[in-house]
Design a protein around this ligand. Structure first.
Ligand SMILES: C[S@@+](CC[C@H](N)C(=O)[O-])C[C@H]1O[C@@H](n2cnc3c(N)ncnc32)[C@H](O)[C@@H]1O
Length: 232
């Protein structure tokens, strides 16, 4: 078989076999122009975000092998920028030039978690860097909320996270939606949105529809509908 065809088939099947921590249906209602993720892993979450219609995407990965894999997967997308290193210190550098509300997807943590005296989860440091940003109307999604109270999250509780989120914006509305590739994990993503989010989303929907179409060239399986569960 021709070498170029073989490489194409291999990279195409790799794309199909990747599974992200979230689905397009989970992400679409929370679109802004900018998507900033922590914990790129292989880049599957970024592919979902591209297909969901985000215009500019940024992510960071601490593991060199995953970083390389994500770079390879996403090299053709000039609107995707990747950082190599820890989000616990790099997030500010990643967002400081952005002058619009961002949708954050905070998904960096060590897996499997280790009890070796090093941090497993940089969430508090990430939220502190988001707090430095002058815009207070970002939308913040925190994945794997089921890990709260466990070693994976360094025993951080939901309440710890909510206290920190309300330091960023005391008016944040906080609720939970399903996570996972097929929305198979109920209430696994914490969502913090500014109070007028619903109205903004409705107004912007037609504009983002076109962007979503142009990003839809990527092969990703369709997902089941997301469910929402109000918290406050
Ligand atoms: C659950 S995976 C992320 C999955 C990805 N967001 C997706 O949807 O496909 C967690 C990733 O975070 C990375 N990670 C762990 N600690 C990190 C840190 N401090 N900074 C950046 N990445 C980190 C891990 O190496 C791993 O690749």
């Amino acid at each position: 078989m021709h070498l170029k065809i073989l490489i194409f088939i291999l990279s195409f099947s790799q794309t199909l076999s990747l599974s992200a921590s979230l689905s397009q249906e989970s992400l679409r209602p929370y679109r802004n122009e900018y998507f900033v993720e922590t914990g790129a892993h292989y880049g599957a979450g970024l592919l979902v975000a591209l297909q969901s219609g985000f215009r500019y995407l940024r992510s960071v990965e601490v593991d060199p092998q995953y970083f390389q894999a994500a770079q390879e997967l996403l090299k053709r997308y000039r609107n995707v920028k990747l950082w190599y290193g820890s989000s616990s210190t790099l997030l500010w550098e990643m967002i400081q030039d952005i002058e619009k509300p961002i949708t954050f997807f905070l998904d960096a943590h060590r897996f499997p978690p280790l009890d070796d005296g090093r941090k497993n989860c940089p969430l508090l440091e990430e939220l502190e860097q988001i707090k430095r940003h002058p815009i207070k109307t970002h939308t913040i999604l925190i994945d794997d909320i089921s890990c709260c109270g466990q070693l994976s999250f360094d025993y951080l509780t939901k309440e710890d996270l909510i206290v920190k989120l309300l330091e960023i914006n005391p008016n944040y509305q906080i609720f939970y939606i399903a996570g996972g590739w097929e929305n198979e994990v109920p209430d696994n993503i914490l969502v913090a949105t500014p109070p007028n989010h619903r109205r903004r989303y409705t107004q912007r929907d037609s504009k983002f529809g076109n962007l979503a179409k142009s990003a839809a060239k990527i092969s990703i399986r369709p997902k089941a509908g997301a469910r929402g569960a109000p918290y406050l």
